[in-house]
Design a protein around this ligand. Structure first.
Ligand SMILES: Nc1ncnc2c1ncn2[C@@H]1O[C@H](COP(=O)(O)OP(=O)(O)OP(=O)(O)O)[C@@H](O)[C@H]1O
Ligand SMILES: [Mg+2]
Length: 361
């Protein structure tokens, strides 16, 4: 095996990786490039191959073809234990019959680090994860959030160059999960370690990651910053998967949208739509359409209003401070823009009246 020269500035790189489990093609020609110090999310539905990718990077699974590079070196034949990787597993990975101290010390003992140094490092890590004083507890005596932080400290103990986290918050309840997200981002930024975490929760990926890699059926669909993926999806899958997207039929019946040449699918997001009461002032008064409210969902900080328009159920958000709208009420709907998809190309098209009214003004 020859080392290849790293021409790009990637720190972790997958080149044309394929992986089968018997006849099942779990990873299909995956190309991934991650820069040093970045926090990257692997986001995709269940079974899309996220864990498989992580396990191949960690050396727990061998690809059938393609190359894995770390810091410019091909590591396909380097054992996992020599790749400088820390791994936080999908299911709880703490040893139940060992104390917090022993759990964190685990990787250091494997490396035969002297006891004095172990003590110092464990103590440092306990401070880092705000779990001082818990070293003699067993995992069953910790909260879910504390357990995950200990799992994080254990992965960090041997000073890895790369940290892999497989759905680190999956087993945690909603509120603690939110706190841990922020905590993890702060920790990783502070330590500056290149990290890849797996999630199937898009909010988590969007909030936490510098960059997102979207997986679908073993393929990498798209990668980029959260903003890029959210506002410029390149494939139908990404456009539908991100945001609270709904597919709309016969959108050419919507007022003020340019006709498309062929049969296309359109995708709407709530933020592309505004809904007004009939007596509310509307800027684009000529371009609104009347619809009836089918459903209203209280979302805490705002209300989701669902209306039927040309056979489509579409959503918009309204502030709780706006005049109240009720189910069955006739309302005005204005659609600012939508994604249209033809031959798996995604294009954002705008309501024509946005241009026209600017001219009038
Ligand atoms: N050891 C294995 N043997 C056979 N099939 C496997 C094996 N590991 C994974 N698979 C299959 O490969 C596909 C991808 O699995 P993987 O665990 O990577 O998905 P995932 O994206 O992590 O899903 P989840 O979000 O549910 O954890 C799945 O269909 C899974 O059943
Ligand atoms: Mg998984």
């Amino acid at each position: 095996m020859s080392d290849s020269i790293n021409r790009s500035d990637s720190y972790v790189e997958l080149r044309n990786i394929n992986k089968h489990f018997k006849d099942f093609h779990a990873t299909k020609d995956a190309n991934i490039s991650i820069k040093k110090g970045k926090l990257v999310a692997l986001l995709g539905p269940s079974g899309s191959g996220k864990t498989t990718i992580l396990r191949m990077i960690a050396g727990l699974e061998q690809p059938d073809s393609g190359e894995i590079l770390i810091d410019g070196k091909v590591v396909n034949n380097v054992p996992g234990s020599e790749r400088g990787i820390g791994f936080v597993f999908q299911s709880y990975a703490l040893f139940r019959y060992q104390t917090v101290y022993e759990n964190i010390a685990f990787g250091l003992r494997v490396k035969k680090v002297p006891e004095k140094e172990i003590k110092k490092r464990v103590s440092e890590l306990l401070t880092l994860i705000s779990c001082e004083g818990l070293e003699n507890r067993y995992p069953s005596q910790l909260s879910g959030g504390q357990r995950q932080r200990v799992a994080f400290a254990r992965a960090l103990a041997p000073n890895p160059q790369i940290l892999l986290l497989d759905e680190p918050f999956a087993a945690i309840d909603a509120k603690v999960r939110l706190e841990l997200r922020t905590w993890l981002k702060e920790m990783i930024t502070k330590i500056g370690i290149t990290s890849i975490f797996v999630t199937h929760d898009q909010d988590e990926a969007i909030e936490v990651a510098d960059e997102i890699i979207v997986t679908n059926q073993g393929r990498v669909e798209q990668s980029g910053t959260p903003q890029e993926l959210y506002s410029r999806p390149k494939t139908e899958f990404v456009a539908k998967f991100l945001g609270n997207s709904t597919v709309v039929q016969n959108f050419e019946r919507f007022k003020y949208f340019e006709k498309q040449d062929e049969d296309v699918t359109a995708i709407l997001r709530p933020e592309f739509v505004s809904i007004y009461k009939k007596d509310e002032n509307v800027q684009f008064v000529r371009s609104v359409e009347e619809a009836t409210v089918e459903d209203i969902i209280f979302r805490g900080s705002n209300m989701e209003i669902k209306v039927k328009l040309h056979g489509n159920l579409i959503s918009a958000l309204r502030s709780i401070n706006d005049p109240i709208i009720e189910v069955g009420e006739k309302v005005n709907v204005f659609i600012y823009r939508l994604f249209v998809i033809s031959r798996d190309k995604v294009e954002l098209i705008h309501n024509l009246s946005l241009k026209q009214e600017t001219v009038v003004i």
